[in-house]
Design a protein. Structure first.
Length: 273
């Protein structure tokens, strides 16, 4: 992946010791593919090592924060009949591991400005953000079961920890949409903002934090991460083992085919395992 590819799918703007990273695949509702995973990971890694940056803000271009994994890419990588097919362990990660490794241990504060739909990774990345501001029109969904796979990003640990077991279990098992007020009530969101004020509020919060000494921000973040990072990584390792096995399996192939064909998936004739 070239630097030009990365610049096309994510923009980086630095000011006042704050880095704003914007997901820029609006025609795909900012769904993550290999290029976007790599671009955001590179921008985070660079911000982590830059002494002039204290805070990162994440947001999406257009009407979506992120629609999750790009299912067309997932289908190509997981389809054994496709010339783009990858070995199961590679199909399961498709750039994902680099991004999660960058965000889960990012050593400085992260502020998320969730400007629209947040599906899959659009939601599961949020526990790794320290402050989450959401538009009052934002909607969230965890569609893993309906895609024939399992949750990712360590979210079988992080989301029950943040949201509570029952709220997380309901979201995982039903795949139902939930809105900004529910996200606020279960602590997935820090604050709900009018759409036109969201990014300004997020940047104002980031600039307030950025006035602090970077050393104290980094040490505070290190202590916060120490309370959860091992458990989150252990959960992610368990998830990735199962995700690799289920990616490209019959239920996953049917789910993706149904999505691309704009029809309802039919799992009734598929094996249970």
């Amino acid at each position: 992946m070239s630097d030009d590819d990365e610049r096309q799918v994510a923009s980086v703007d630095d000011a006042d010791r704050v880095r704003l990273i914007t997901f820029r695949r609006p025609d795909q509702r900012n769904a993550f593919d290999t290029a976007l995973y790599g671009a955001v990971a590179a921008a985070l890694d660079d911000a982590a090592s830059c002494d002039d940056l204290a805070v990162v803000v994440l947001t999406g271009e257009g009407t979506a924060y992120s629609a999750g994994q790009d299912l067309a890419e997932m289908g190509r990588l997981g389809n054994p009949e496709s010339r783009d097919a990858a070995p199961p362990e590679e199909a399961a990660e498709h750039g994902f591991r680099r991004f999660i490794a960058a965000i889960e241990s990012f050593p400085k504060p992260i502020v998320a400005a969730v400007n629209g739909v947040a599906v899959g990774i659009g939601t599961t990345m949020l526990p790794y953000c320290d402050i989450v501001l959401v538009s009052d029109s934002a909607r969230f969904r965890l569609p893993f079961a309906s895609l024939g796979v399992v949750p990712e990003a360590g979210s079988t640990f992080t989301l029950p920890t943040v949201m509570g077991w029952r709220a997380a279990a309901h979201a995982f098992f039903t795949g139902e949409w939930f809105g900004a007020e529910v996200a606020l009530a279960c602590d997935l969101a820090s604050r709900v903002c009018p759409p036109e004020e969201l990014l300004d509020e997020a940047l104002a919060t980031a600039r307030q934090i950025a006035k602090m000494p970077v050393v104290s921000l980094v040490e505070t973040k290190r202590l916060l991460l120490a309370t959860r990072i091992d458990a989150a990584r252990a959960a992610r390792a368990r998830e990735e083992d199962v995700f690799a096995r289920l990616t490209g399996a019959p239920a996953n192939r049917e789910a993706i085919a149904a999505f691309l064909d704009k029809r309802e998936a039919d799992f009734t004739s598929l094996p249970a395992d």
